[in-house]
Design a protein around this ligand. Sequence first.
Ligand SMILES: NC(=O)c1ccc[n+]([C@@H]2O[C@H](COP(=O)([O-])OP(=O)(O)OC[C@H]3O[C@@H](n4cnc5c(N)ncnc54)[C@H](O)[C@@H]3O)[C@@H](O)[C@H]2O)c1
Length: 305
Amino acid sequence: MKIKKVCVIGMGTMGSQIGIVCAKGGCETAMVDTSSDQVERGLENIQAFLQGQKKKGKIDQKAKDRALSLITTGTDIPRAVKDADLVIEAVYEDIEIKRDTFKKMDEASPEHTILASNTSTLWIAEIAAATNRPEKCIGTHFLIPAALTPLVEVVRGPVTSDETHDAVIDFLGKCGKETVTVADSPGFVINRLYLPMVNEAFFALETGLASAEEIDRSCTKGLGYPLGPLAAADAFGLDILLACMKTFHRELGDKYRPCPLVVKLVKAGHLGRNRIIWFYAHYALGPILLRRKAKEGIWINEFHR
Ligand SMILES: NC(=O)c1ccc[n+]([C@@H]2O[C@H](COP(=O)([O-])OP(=O)(O)OC[C@H]3O[C@@H](n4cnc5c(N)ncnc54)[C@H](O)[C@@H]3O)[C@@H](O)[C@H]2O)c1
């Protein structure tokens, strides 16, 4: 089966970028979110990203216009999925919301349509069970930023058919992505390896093994990571780290216990620099700078250990 028309549900951080991947891959791409404000915000992000790519000389005006011309937007799932060959869901990481969205996707899309989820930690089997076509359900775990990261994890549920799997691999290849096929298990391969390491960096900080700056520098200079684990958590959100570690802990056992410092920081509302309070600055730069910045209105309050 050839995938020519795609629908992306959710135009947040990931959905917007996934839409770009599909449109740049030459597919008609219908994109949906819950309100016209969310749709507008998503579309602005798409336009800004493509403009940035053009400025950097990565794409020309023609490629930018072509990608944008292939994208349509709306708030009506049934309408958007009605002639899609593939629907990719990128809504909140919440099993009930995902199952409800999959039910709607299943009810409104043609029989041949493949239904994919971008979940990071949930079981594809559990999401697929909300549909009448579990053999056509699959995980396409794009990584942030999806339009630039070369790899996508393709997750086979217990009954995902070979035809579904092969069509998705073929489609992603045409969109310029490398793929790895992984089994259905929380965190798949990448998050299962990476997030416990980030969690461990918080244990190292908590037990005074080294300063935040030293922990991160060990990883950037010693291991060649583009970003240290603490700075990375600051960027993608401590609440997300905690939610993922809680799932791993519940599903996979004790060695995935969330670090108490992460629990404490999340309770105190220190979720990361894109989520109001920049916890990393407190550790790396110290309370004096933090207070000064707070006066400038950049940080809301200070975390006391
Ligand atoms: N952000 C990351 O680093 C990252 C990386 C890989 C995978 N993921 C996964 O991708 C998914 C999306 O994450 P995100 O970071 O883009 O979240 P986000 O909060 O930025 O965006 C989610 C979007 O979904 C929309 N939405 C919610 N319910 C909806 C519904 N019923 N119908 C249509 N739209 C709906 C929201 O309005 C929002 O715009 C999650 O499953 C997440 O685990 C995230």
